[in-house]
Write a protein that binds this ligand. Structure first.
Ligand code: CUA
Length: 161
């Protein structure tokens, strides 16, 4: 088969670019760990209260993980448990939220944390709070008559009690 010289160059360029993009994507996904938020963590919505770690909502110090604390929250119409959380400044925190009933929202005002909390799934996000102060947690998915009252609070402090 005869191929024009420019056609060959173009073909090599095209295949080369594809390989470069796939390599970049592969390194980003598997080496740097940039992957979409997991929907693989599941939970029985009827047994949230009995399922670890949701049987003990709150902030827990953990060892041997990539993060320092786990912040466990249970969402239900129309509140979050716990209603107030103190987080030490600069600590890496993995937030884990599950709902006992309907779909709720989980938005931490003043940050880019904004998750949907769906029955049957655990919503997770790992972050570090670098500034002291208070953040309001609000539900931003309409979940019923008490939707507007559904909130919690994160207080970022220099030294946790
Ligand atoms: Cu929960 Cu709106």
């Amino acid at each position: 088969m005869h191929m024009h010289k420019y056609e060959k160059i173009w073909l090599i360029f095209g295949v080369g670019a594809l390989l470069v993009f796939l390599t970049v994507l592969g390194i980003s996904a598997f080496y740097l760990g940039n992957q979409p938020p997991s929907c693989l963590a599941t939970i029985d919505p009827e047994k949230v209260d009995q399922t670890a770690p949701f049987d003990k909502p709150g902030l827990h110090k953990v060892k041997g993980k990539d993060w320092d604390y786990e912040l466990v929250l249970v969402a239900q119409a129309f509140s979050y448990t716990p209603m107030k959380i103190e987080i030490p400044k600069g600590a890496k925190v993995k937030i884990m939220v599950a709902t006992k009933d309907v779909i709720h929202g989980f938005e931490v005002a003043g940050t880019n944390i904004n998750m949907m909390v769906e029955p049957g799934f655990i919503s997770e996000y790992t972050t570090t709070f670098n500034k002291t102060g208070e953040h309001l947690i609000i539900c931003n998915e309409y979940c019923g008559v008490g939707h507007h009252m559904m909130n919690s609070r994160i207080e970022v402090v220099d030294h946790a009690k």
